[in-house]
Ligand binder design. Structure first.
Ligand code: FES
Length: 154
């Protein structure tokens, strides 16, 4: 798993362990939980290599999509739409913060707490959610079949 840390607070965002970061390094592993931590210049930027690759973006035998991963302490949902676009959103419903799920069979994002529905652009389209999901930037890098997904905000 990879996460980003706040340079002002050098603790692992996944396990909380204190980190020692050598001067000039931009990527270090957490000694305790093995998370790969990346520093991004700029106060509010956050960049995380998702703990799943493009090839992992598929429903399992029960039709369940990969779970959200930790993105700076909040869940991030990565989806692949019907036309192959890869997108990332905050997995917190804008109604009362339940965790949403991608439903690939319906090509939507669903909140089971009060049956809220978002489209694959994160737009709230049905039910009580008052706003779209927060969208994040996605970059895909790597060899075909082994592409890594990097999610960032800012
Ligand atoms: S919390 Fe998601 S619809 Fe209410």
């Amino acid at each position: 798993m990879l996460s980003v840390m706040d340079p002002e607070s050098p603790n692992c965002p996944n396990c909380g362990a204190p980190l020692v970061v050598p001067m000039g390094e931009t990527e270090v592993p957490c000694e305790y939980c093995s998370s790969l931590l990346r520093f991004v210049p700029g106060a509010e930027e956050l960049e995380v290599v998702a703990p799943l690759r493009v090839s992992d973006l598929r429903a399992d035998a029960d039709g369940q999509w990969p779970s959200p991963f930790d993105f700076g302490g909040k869940p991030c949902l990565v989806i692949r739409t019907e036309n192959g676009d890869i997108k990332a959103f905050s997995a917190l419903c804008t109604h009362t913060d339940c965790t949403v799920k991608f439903r690939p069979d319906k090509n939507d994002i669903f909140c089971s707490c009060h049956a809220g529905i978002y489209d694959t652009n994160g737009q709230n389209v049905s039910g009580p959610p008052p706003r779209p999901l927060q969208a994040f930037k996605v970059v895909v890098r790597g060899k075909p079949g082994e592409e890594e997904i990097t999610v960032s905000r800012g």
